[in-house]
Design a binder for this molecule. Structure first.
Ligand SMILES: [Zn+2]
Length: 418
């Protein structure tokens, strides 16, 4: 059983996603034109923020967005057979329109529940939210008194509610922007289901004399937004008084975090935990237990936090995959004093940039887990004298920071549960 922790970027949930509505261009257009509807704007993954106000998201209205929306959500040509109508549900055509995603409705004032009618469930009352990509369009930021904030720094400074809306919007806009071509035939793709699906354009514009693209039928996951699971490990010694933390050369000075890695196809959480800790630190792990998870929109991970216990007396080895600059067992008292220190989880804009600049390797989950992905080269891994002292751990907004705090603050009798 997990620990039922609500992590940052996760919600309760923040919005009622009303998946039922995504299929209806009519409902989507009604939401689109509602003057109370709010739009969260992204440019290269960076959210529109109130200028100079840290963590303050600037949601725009339809009036602010103006003609940047382009056409409304489309519908099938009037004489289409019922089957063909499906491929136009909540569609955005032509496919060159800016990515637009329906995030859901803020129905906190009158939430639906089990005794609500079907009509109420399908039409919750509240404010609709969309995310839109600014693309290469110029925006009059001066007039809006706005700026595009660096994603990680802005996201981590938001209120938990805004951060959860931001995480959903960023992951969805990013997925739409990155998947412009059909993986089956290379044609363009177009958006439907109000940004929650992408189809091969050949479904709506068949090429005469050409076989239909095979992505238009059968079972596949070409068409839906993906979530890539990453495992984050809080590995304890037999007494539970020490935790295994590591650092990469590219990270800000003094920062250590939990080990982490992508879950590979055919693995369970437990398998991935044991494999990653062995690869990165040469340590064999016994019992493993799931703790909590966290959506991580950089770009589309689900962080899965686990605790594990290792047998004592093993030697830490970094030579197997040379991914870490250092790894050590840290006593709880040491970690407690780092957390209690005023700078123990402080990361500046420069630190975020340093992590971001290195974030080119999709296979590097450590930095994602701690803050951001990074790339390492073996020649960069030789430690420099005096740089291996622990002075910082990830903030509680990252799941690695959460696992470290759960253990350090002794909120759980972790070892007895392993
Ligand atoms: Zn295709």
């Amino acid at each position: 059983m997990g620990d039922n922790i609500i992590n940052f970027y996760a919600g309760q949930p923040p919005l009622n996603r009303v998946a039922f509505q995504r299929h209806s261009s009519e409902l989507m257009n009604r939401n689109l034109h509602d003057p109370t509807t709010k739009f969260l704007v992204f440019k290269s993954g960076n959210p529109l923020m109130k200028k100079g106000q840290v963590g303050q998201v600037l949601y725009l209205s339809k009036e602010d967005i103006g003609d940047r929306l382009g056409k409304e959500f489309g519908a099938a040509p009037p004489d289409s057979p019922p089957d063909a109508k499906k491929i136009y549900e909540g569609s955005r055509l032509p496919q060159t329109l800016a990515a637009l995603v329906f995030l859901g409705i803020d129905d906190r004032q009158s939430p639906t529940n089990n005794s609500s009618s079907q009509v109420e469930h399908h039409n919750p009352k509240g404010t609709a939210y969309f995310a839109i990509d600014a693309g290469s369009e110029e925006w009059d930021l001066e007039k809006l008194n706005a700026e595009f904030g660096e994603a990680r720094a802005s996201g981590s400074a938001m209120t938990p509610w805004d951060a959860a809306v931001f995480a959903q919007g960023r992951a969805l806009i990013d997925w739409n922007v990155r998947n412009k071509f059909c993986p089956a035939c290379g044609s363009n793709t177009y958006s439907l289901w109000a940004g929650w699906k992408r189809n091969c354009i050949s479904s709506v514009e068949p090429v005469p004399g050409k076989e239909p693209c095979f992505s238009t039928k059968g079972l596949h996951n070409f068409a839906y937004p993906r979530t890539d699971p990453v495992i984050i490990m809080g590995i304890l010694d037999s007494t539970g008084e020490k935790m295994l933390l590591g650092r990469q050369k590219s990270w800000p000075k003094g920062m250590y975090s939990c080990l982490a890695g992508f879950i590979e196809p055919g693995e369970t959480f437990e398998d991935a935990t044991r494999r990653e800790v062995l690869e990165e630190a040469g340590i064999e792990v016994g019992p493993v237990r799931y703790s909590s998870s966290q959506p991580w929109p950089y770009p589309s991970n689900l962080m899965v936090g686990c605790f594990g216990r290792a047998e004592d007396g093993q030697t830490i080895r970094l030579d197997l995959d040379n991914e870490l600059e250092d790894a050590q067992w840290f006593p709880r008292s040491t970690i407690q004093s780092v957390i209690a220190s005023p700078t123990g989880s402080t990361f500046t804009k420069k630190d975020y940039k340093q992590l971001d600049d290195k974030s080119t390797s999709a296979s590097d989950a450590e930095t994602s887990a701690a803050l951001a992905p990074s790339e390492k080269k073996s020649e960069e891994l030789k430690p420099k004298q005096g740089e291996l002292g622990l002075s910082r751990v990830p903030p509680g907004t990252a799941i690695a920071g959460q696992l470290i705090r759960q253990w350090a603050e002794g909120g759980l009798d972790l070892v007895s549960k392993l």
